[in-house]
Design a protein around this ligand. Structure first.
Ligand code: F6P
Length: 366
């Protein structure tokens, strides 16, 4: 009987997930005795009755490397440790089904699991590994906020989409003499904002790592307009940004089992603050949202995702379990889960990237 590796994608999707799945399957098909099985919507596919699993062979993954999303689906809710169950009174309770799931995987003849996911998924993987599951993590997120890896796949694609959006906003800003404020994703990290502001030539870039002073931003904007009101300015602001002595704009979700903060709206708040501070120029807001997560991955992300997929399967062969794949230039390595989830990767204010932004005259709100 063939050995079996289970593959699943968890957390928010990002461009490149399918390229990882394809790489795992292609590498596994070079071995005589391995079969790849996909679980639909992370571990939910195993926990549902009936199970939702699918055989991932070369035919199933043919040509998927440039497709966004994930062919096996994903979820940001629930999971084996917090499975939602509706009670008679209509409220929900969350139960731990991890032991039952591990037993189920044994019955299915699963020898190893590759879990492709962000921070939350890596934490689940670590807890399952501590219960004896042979599991390997593959990091993904457009936010690029995992510190164990130089880059996550999906990030470059998000930056490309955000940069092209700045390019578009520049021409309309110039035509109308407007101040354009574009909000990008990234949670508590300013990577997408900073990269797209530099690449797109924005005048102002606001990131969570540097709380902003609205008056400093207004000074920069005013320098961009002449006495007749001719001029324009482009601002890129990260969704997790906040004013000095202020808070982020976020809310909680009413979706059952969804625990993350939902960011969104800081661009509108900044616009209001600019008007309150005396801004005279016309202004419009664009919240880029999930456009940053969809569509075709860039070549860079396809390559990084493929490297991660091949490495993950080679770790299965080497029984290098309890670890996450990571990119440390120029190598693809494996790091223990503990290290993988120990800290976030935030923008270092002393980095050359920040220095570059300042060197280009980009105002960082400080
Ligand atoms: O972590 C990736 C990300 O796209 C963040 O940048 C964003 O804040 C969040 O996910 C949005 O999550 P959801 O798709 O669940 O609304």
């Amino acid at each position: 009987m063939k050995k079996r590796v289970l593959v699943l994608t968890g957390g928010g999707d990002c461009p490149g997930l399918n390229a990882v799945i394809r790489a795992i399957v292609k590498r596994a098909s070079q071995e005589d005795n391995w079969e790849v099985v996909g679980s639909i919507q992370s571990f939910d596919g195993i926990l549902r009755e009936p199970k939702e699993i699918t055989i991932l062979d070369e035919k199933a993954v043919s040509g998927i490397h440039f497709r966004g999303g994930t062919i096996i689906g994903t979820t940001t809710k629930g999971g084996p440790f917090e499975w939602p169950v509706k009670k008679d009174d209509g409220t929900w309770e969350f139960i731990d089904r991890s032991d039952e799931m591990i037993e189920e995987l044994k019955k299915m003849g699963i020898d190893a699991v590759i879990s492709i996911g962000g921070d939350g998924s890596q934490r689940i993987s670590k807890a399952l590994q501590e219960k004896g599951l042979n599991i390997i993590g593959v990091p993904k997120t457009i936010d690029n906020d995992l510190s164990a890896t130089d880059f996550t796949f999906g990030f470059q694609t998000a930056v490309q989409i955000a940069t092209e959006s700045v390019d578009k906003l520049v021409t309309t800003a110039a035509s109308h003499n407007r101040v354009m404020i574009m909000e990008v994703m990234g949670r508590e990290a300013g990577w997408i904002a900073l990269h797209s502001a530099i690449a797109g030539g924005a005048e102002v870039c606001i990131i969570p790592e540097i709380p902003y002073d609205v008056n400093k931003i207004l000074d920069k904007i005013n320098q961009r307009f002449d006495s007749t009101g001719k001029g324009f300015a482009n601002i890129v602001i990260a969704e997790g940004a906040m004013p000095i002595n202020g808070d982020t704009v976020h809310r909680s979700s009413n979706e059952v089992g969804y625990k993350n903060k939902i960011f969104g709206g800081i661009a509108y708040k900044l616009q209001e603050q600019l008007f309150d501070a005396g801004m005279q120029w016309d202004s419009r807001v664009t919240v880029l949202g999930h456009l940053q997560r969809g569509g075709v991955p860039t070549a860079y992300d396809r390559i990084l995702a493929s490297e991660f997929g091949v490495k993950a399967f080679e770790m299965v062969l080497e029984k290098d379990f309890g670890k996450m794949v990571a990119y440390r230039h120029p190598n693809i390595i494996s790091v223990p889960f503990d290290e993988a989830i120990s800290k976030y990767n935030l923008v270092d204010q002393n980095s050359y990237l920040v220095k570059t932004a300042r060197g280009l005259g980009i105002n960082l709100g400080d």
